[in-house]
Ligand binder design. Structure first.
Ligand SMILES: [Zn+2]
Length: 273
C-alpha cells in the first residue's frame, strides 16, 4: 500500500496490524504526521516511509487521542526532536489506562505477540492543547480542536482549512463499529460528535481512525448509531436491568464484548450521577 492523496497535499496510509490511518499534511517546508503508530517498529516504518515519499523534513506530529495504536510511536518522534501535539488530558489518560495496559502487556498477559511492547516508552505530547488552536507547520495552516469527551476524553480534531479535511481518530471508524475501549464515555459520545459536526461542511473530507475516508453524512449516521447505544444504556439502567440481562435483549450492530464494555462504562457513570 502507498500513500493515498485524499485531499490537496494530504496523504493517508495504513500501518501496523491494527491498520491505523496515519496522515501526512505536506507543505512546502515540511510534513506534519497525524498519529504515530502503535509501537516503535511502526513509528520507525512511518518515519522511513515519510522520508522516502516526501522530500521535506518532518516538522511535527499530532496525536488524535491517547490510545496505544495512535500514540505509542511518540518516543521515536521525540528522539528526532519533532514536537508532538496532543490533547491536554493525554498524560492523565496514560496514568489511568494506557500505562497499566502497557504494563500488563509487557508482563505477557496479551495475545498480541507481534508488538514490541517492551520497547515502548510512554511519551506524552510536548505541546498540550486545551482549546481550539491554529498554527502553521511546514507552510500549512492546521487547526487542532479538542472534542468533548466521547471515544476518550483525549480526542482532538485535526483540521486543514485550505483542503477542508478533518482527521478525527477513532471518534469515527469506517472499517468496523466504533470501539468502546479504555476510557470511553458512551453516554457523551453522540453529543460530542454532533457538536463537532456543526463545524463540518457536507463536502468536507473526514479521515477516520481506521478504514476509508468518509463524509459528514457517514459521520451523522454513526452519531445516530452511537445514540442508539446511549439510549439502550440509559433505558436498561432506568429499568434496573443487569449488564447480562441487557446484553441478552438489546439488538445493536456491535460485537457483544464491545457492548459489554460500553454498558460497564455507562452504568458506572450513571451510578455516580
Ligand atoms: Zn484506533
Amino acid at each position: 500500500m502507498t500513500w493515498e492523496e485524499v485531499a490537496s497535499g494530504i496523504f493517508v496510509k495504513q500501518f501496523g496490524s491494527d491498520d491505523v490511518n496515519v496522515a501526512a499534511i505536506v507543505g512546502p517546508a515540511g510534513v506534519t504526521v497525524v498519529d504515530t503508530g502503535g509501537s516503535l517498529t511502526e513509528a520507525h516504518d512511518i518515519v522511513t516511509d515519510l522520508t522516502k515519499r516526501f522530500s521535506v523534513p518532518i516538522v511535527g506530529a499530532i496525536n488524535t487521542h491517547a490510545h496505544y495504536d495512535h500514540s505509542f510511536g511518540n518516543s521515536m518522534f521525540a528522539a528526532l526532536g519533532v514536537p508532538i501535539i496532543g490533547h491536554h488530558r493525554i498524560p492523565a489518560h496514560y496514568d489511568a489506562f494506557e500505562g497499566p495496559r502497557l504494563h500488563a502487556w509487557c508482563a505477557g498477559h496479551t495475545r498480541d505477540a507481534d508488538k514490541d511492547w517492551e520497547k515502548v516508552v510512554l511519551t506524552p505530547p510536548s505541546v498540550l492543547i486545551t482549546q481550539a488552536t491554529t498554527f502553521t507547520a511546514g507552510g500549512r495552516e492546521i487547526k487542532c480542536l479538542p472534542i468533548t469527551r466521547g471515544h476518550t476524553d483525549t480526542d482532538l480534531a485535526v483540521f486543514v482549512p485550505d483542503a477542508r479535511i478533518w482527521m478525527l481518530g477513532d471518534v469515527i471508524e469506517e472499517s468496523g463499529p466504533p470501539m468502546f475501549g479504555s476510557g470511553s464515555w458512551p453516554l457523551d459520545w453522540p453529543k460530542a460528535l454532533e457538536e463537532l459536526l456543526l463545524h463540518v461542511e457536507p463536502t468536507d473530507v473526514i479521515v477516520p481512525g481506521h478504514g476509508s475516508v468518509v463524509d459528514r453524512e457517514f459521520a451523522t449516521r454513526q452519531a445516530a448509531a452511537l445514540n442508539a447505544v446511549t439510549t439502550a444504556i440509559r433505558d436498561a439502567w432506568t429499568a434496573g436491568m443487569s449488564i447480562e440481562e441487557t446484553l441478552a435483549t438489546v439488538r445493536l450492530p456491535w460485537p457483544e464484548w464491545m457492548l459489554r464494555s460500553a454498558l460497564e462504562r455507562g452504568f458506572s457513570q450513571l451510578s455516580v450521577e
